[in-house]
Design a protein around this ligand. Structure first.
Ligand SMILES: NC(=O)c1ccc[n+]([C@@H]2O[C@H](COP(=O)([O-])OP(=O)(O)OC[C@H]3O[C@@H](n4cnc5c(N)ncnc54)[C@H](O)[C@@H]3O)[C@@H](O)[C@H]2O)c1
Length: 305
C-alpha cells in the first residue's frame, strides 16, 4: 500500500513510518520540523525515511495515489494556555482541516490521532469512548475540534476517517518535554528533577510499539467513523514510574516538587474494550519491559553523543 504519514519526523510518526516500511509499504512522510523541541532530534528520528518538508497549515497538499493518510502532525503538549494558543490552533485545527480537504480530494482514508486529553477529568475510570469529552487544556480542545472536523467532513464530503485517542505514549524517541523522557534525562545527567504536583497523578502509559500496532490495525480494518481509545494496560502513578526507572537504571533521582501544571489531569485510565472487540488489539508490553527499552535507548543515545 502507499501511505502518507504526517509528523513523520516526530516521536510516534517516525516509529510508525519505520514499522510501515518494515511491513513492505511505500511511505511518504511529511513534517516541517517545528522547533517545539530540538529539530536535530527530528533529523535523527527521520533518518532513512522519505520525509518532505511541508507545512500542513500553509503548503499545497496533494495525496493523489495514496491509499491512506496517517495524520500525526500536531502541536502536542498540554501546556497550551496563553500566548501559544494561536500556534495550537494553527498546527492542530487549521492543519487538520487542510489534511481532511486533501484526503477528500484524493479519496484517501485518514487515521487521525487524537488524545486522552479530550476527556479532561473523566467522568468514569476506566474511561470508555462514550464518556462525555470535557477537555481542561486548550490542547485537548483543539484535538476535540479536530475530531468534530473529521465527523463534519465525513458527513459533508464522505471522508473515510478513523479517530484514535492515544493515552501517554512512551518509548524510544519520546519527546524531550514528556515526563518519562525527562526522568531518563535527569537520571543520566544527575540533575534535579521537578515533579509537577504530588506525583500521585496516574496514567495509562502506552508503549510506542503497541500504539503503532493499533494505528496500523485501524488503517487496515477499522470501520469508517470509528473512535477508539489506544491505552496501555497498566496504570501507574508518576512516583511509581520513577521508582521503576530508578530500579532499571540502578540510579536514584533527586526530586523537587513544583506546582502542578494547569491543564494536566489527575488520572487517565483507558477502557480498551471497544478496540479489542473490533480489531483484536490490546496492549502487550508491560511497563517494566517498555521502560527498560526506553532506558536502553536514552542511555545508548548519550553514549553515542
Ligand atoms: N506522545 C503522546 O503521548 C501522545 C498522546 C496523545 C496524542 N498524541 C498525538 O500523537 C501525535 C504524535 O505525537 P508525538 O508525541 O509524536 O509528537 P511530536 O511533536 O514528536 O511529533 C509531531 C510532529 O508534527 C510536526 N508538525 C507540527 N506541525 C506541523 C505542520 N503544520 N506541518 C507539518 N508538520 C508539523 C512536528 O514537527 C513534529 O515532528 C500528535 O498528533 C499528538 O497530539 C501523542
Amino acid at each position: 500500500m502507499r501511505y502518507v504519514v504526517t509528523g513523520a519526523a516526530g516521536f510516534i510518526g517516525s516509529q510508525l513510518a519505520d514499522a510501515l516500511v518494515e511491513a513492505g509499504h511505500e511511505v511518504s512522510g511529511i513534517d516541517c520540523f517545528t522547533d517545539y523541541y530540538d529539530p536535530a532530534e527530528k533529523e535523527e528520528n527521520a533518518r532513512g525515511l522519505d520525509v518532505s518538508r511541508l507545512d500542513l497549515a500553509a503548503d499545497r497538499l496533494d495525496f493523489g495515489g495514496a491509499d491512506g493518510v496517517f495524520h500525526l502532525a500536531a502541536q502536542a503538549g498540554v501546556r497550551s494556555f496563553g500566548d501559544v494558543f494561536p500556534l495550537y490552533l494553527r498546527q492542530n485545527v487549521l492543519a487538520t482541516q487542510r489534511v481532511f480537504e486533501a484526503a477528500v480530494a484524493a479519496g484517501a482514508r485518514v487515521v487521525f490521532t487524537s488524545s486522552s486529553s479530550v476527556y479532561g477529568e473523566a467522568e468514569a475510570y476506566p474511561t470508555p469512548e462514550s464518556a462525555q469529552p470535557r477537555p481542561i487544556s486548550p490542547y485537548g480542545i483543539t484535538k476535540l475540534a479536530c475530531e468534530h472536523l473529521a465527523h463534519a467532513y465525513a458527513t459533508g464530503f464522505g471522508l473515510d476517517a478513523v479517530v484514535l485517542r492515544y493515552f501517554t505514549v512512551y518509548g524510544p524517541r519520546q519527546r524531550p518535554d514528556m515526563f518519562l523522557r525527562r526522568v531518563c534525562d535527569a537520571l543520566l545527567a544527575g540533575t534535579t528533577f521537578e515533579i509537577y504536583g504530588t506525583g500521585e497523578q496516574s496514567r495509562s502509559f502506552t508503549e510506542v510499539g503497541d500504539a503503532v500496532a493499533a494505528t496500523m490495525a485501524a488503517m487496515e480494518r477499522a470501520p469508517a467513523g470509528a473512535v477508539y481509545n489506544v491505552g496501555g494496560g497498566e496504570e501507574a502513578s508518576l512516583l511509581e514510574a520513577i521508582a521503576l526507572l530508578e530500579r532499571i537504571s540502578g540510579r536514584s533521582l533527586d526530586t523537587r516538587r513544583v506546582d502542578a501544571a494547569r491543564g494536566d489531569v489527575a488520572r487517565t485510565k483507558a477502557d480498551v474494550s471497544r478496540i479489542r472487540d473490533a480489531l483484536g488489539w490490546e496492549p502487550r508490553t508491560t511497563l517494566a519491559d517498555g521502560l527498560a527499552a526506553m532506558w536502553s535507548w536514552a542511555s545508548g543515545r548519550l553514549r553515542a553523543a
